[in-house]
Ligand binder design. Structure first.
Ligand code: GLA
Length: 562
């Protein structure tokens, strides 16, 4: 949680603006609520020098040292003295986003081609030591235009403005991107950061916009990873970014969060004149357990906007220690329901979302939230503070256009001692194992694995009804569940979908526990997993394209003593 200048200032800011925001984080009480990172973005550098990066002292005056060198240490020290954390920005390539896309912008790097190469490519060890050991930063956003937008045939490259960098990311074309090499670059950078900051763990924010399948591996090298291109303060842009993360609940958990981008609460379509939409935006980020990085100018924040970003109960949903991202329960027309399992069994934060421009009535069965329909259930609206009960095992709300109700639902689990996948998405880890990726295009999005939905996004149906306890996965995927020795048995029903043949394998601690030929027949299996720490479900590989497989009707039975 924190603040970042980019949404409101682009590159038109410096130390004075950042410190003014830092003061307001503290004086408004937002820092105490958790918003404690002040992350500067693109635009702090003047040029790269032999063994350092020179800071632009016209906008960071405290960086000018008496000996003529520059350092952001004084800036970082001031933030630390206020009880805040300090974040900085780099690019995994040679050059940055603003250099390529906004050439007229002030505060771009200056000097020769080489001096303007302020990105960290080829300088990981040196930059990590500078930013984390010498200057003491706590957080870094690592952008990726440098490895995407400087191909040899780009005009600014052929005219000699920038050096060519053969792209590792081909935008919207994962199959043409070089994900392996991109991963190696981020892995190496992360390794250097760990090396220079022993005993500390600076946070790494991967900013490769969900390209090159980054979100299938980013969890290993960064604490957060952008799932889409830049947000803007419009309703549709906010929903687009929300969607890019919402299908990826199985890829987030403590220490590795999906990042749909900085908040636009307080800006444009989410400003003081659009409080319903602003509350919706905040609700959606909270139910996703997304990083909450304010992107508004705190000097102009109205009390109503301050109350939205400062709503303690909503922040508590976002920051719940179990670290589960909300799971999409349903999406019909403009209505969408997302439920986030909280640390206490039987407790869920439920977002009922009206994505549209007309009023909408929405309801959801407690059973579809994994809650017992007949148990006493308390429903607390985190925006209106009203408390109600469920009627006939159902929660119903009437929503204004662009309204989201964020409800804290406290009931009983559907069955005592049994967890469903949606109760513990943070304990899942998904990777490809022989998966052949087709291109992910805006029209043809897919996800390696999700709860209740197929990889291409259609509901996972069982006898015509959505299976909220099933996982739709891609052929050639591996789903790992961290059982932590807490379970006796796992029950599931493996079935082919969309043409997979071949053998699925279920492993426990590296040993094959069960395997079989994928078929369409129902076959509920009981796996005895006592003491096992990990269960691995490997869907059969497919020769090419995206073939689908289902791990249906999954339930995890807790050990009586766990
Ligand atoms: C990219 C990133 C943004 C921001 C800008 C800065 O577009 O995605 O979040 O950092 O670069 O130039």
């Amino acid at each position: 949680m924190g603040w970042n200048p980019y949404n409101v200032f682009d590159l038109n800011y410096g130390e004075a603006e950042a410190m003014a925001q830092a003061d307001l984080l503290v004086s408004s009480g937002l820092a105490k609520l958790g918003y404690d990172h002040v992350n500067i973005d693109d635009g702090w550098w003047l040029r790269r020098e032999a063994d350092t990066i020179r800071v632009r002292t016209t906008i960071y005056p405290s960086a000018a040292l008496p000996d003529g060198t520059t350092s952001l240490r004084p800036f970082v020290d001031r933030l630390h003295a206020m009880g805040l954390k300090a974040g900085i920005y780099t690019d995994i390539g040679l050059n940055t986003c603003s250099q390529r896309w906004r050439p007229g912008t002030p505060n771009l790097p200056a000097g020769t081609v080489q001096q303007r190469e302020v990105g960290t490519y080829g300088h990981h060890a040196q930059d990590a030591a500078l930013l984390f050991t010498k200057w003491g930063f706590d957080f870094i956003k690592v952008d990726a235009c440098g490895v995407a937008d400087y191909a040899p045939d780009v005009g600014e490259v052929t005219d000699g403005t920038f050096r060519a960098f053969t792209p590792l990311i081909v935008r919207e074309k994962p199959a043409q991107s070089k994900a392996g090499e991109l991963a190696r670059q981020y892995a190496d950078f992360a390794e250097e950061v760990r090396r220079v900051a022993p005993g500390r763990t600076p946070l790494i924010s991967i900013c490769a916009w969900g390209q090159a399948d980054v979100n299938d591996w980013a969890q290993r090298y960064g604490q957060m990873s952008r799932t889409s291109f830049d947000i803007s303060p419009s309703w549709d842009a906010m929903l687009f970014n929300f969607d890019s993360a919402a299908s990826r609940a199985l890829f987030a958990g403590p220490g590795h969060w999906n990042d749909p981008d900085m908040l636009e609460v307080g800006n444009g379509a989410f400003d003081g004149k659009h409080l319903t939409a602003a509350r919706a935006h905040m609700s959606l980020w909270a139910v996703l357990a997304a990083p909450l990085i304010l992107g508004n100018d705190l000097r102009r924040m109205t009390p109503e906007i301050a109350a939205i970003v400062g709503n303690r109960a909503v922040i508590a949903v976002d920051q719940d220690p179990a670290g589960n991202q909300g799971v999409v329960v349903s999406r019909v027309g403009d209505g969408q329901i997302v439920a986030k399992a909280l640390s206490t069994p039987g407790r869920k934060a439920v977002a009922l979302i009206n994505r549209g421009k007309a009023p909408l009535k929405l309801s959801v069965d407690l059973a579809d939230l994994g809650l017992a329909p007949t148990a006493p259930t308390r429903i607390h609206d985190l925006w209106t503070d009203a408390t109600t009960a469920a009627t006939n095992g159902r929660i119903s709300v009437a929503l204004a256009p662009q309204e989201t109700a964020l409800l804290l639902v406290e009931g009983r689990p559907l069955a005592d001692g049994i967890d469903l996948p949606a109760d513990l998405p943070a304990r899942f880890d998904v990777a490809d194992e022989g998966f052949k990726a087709p291109d992910r295009t805006p029209a043809r999005q897919w996800v390696l694995a999700q709860i209740g939905f197929r990889p291409y996004g259609a509901p996972l149906l069982l006898d015509g009804k959505p299976d909220h306890a099933g996982l739709g996965v891609a052929a050639g995927s591996r789903v790992r569940i961290d059982l932590g020795g807490r379970y006796d048995r796992v029950s599931l029903d493996p079935r082919t979908l969309g043409g997979t043949t071949g053998r699925y394998v279920i492993r426990v601690g590296g040993r094959t526990l069960a395997e079989g030929v994928a078929s369409q027949k129902a076959h509920q299996m009981i796996l005895h997993v006592r003491d096992a720490r990990q269960l691995e479900l490997v869907a059969p590989p497919a020769a090419d394209g995206l073939k689908e497989f289902g791990w249906y009707r999954m339930s995890l039975h807790r050990r009586p003593d766990a």
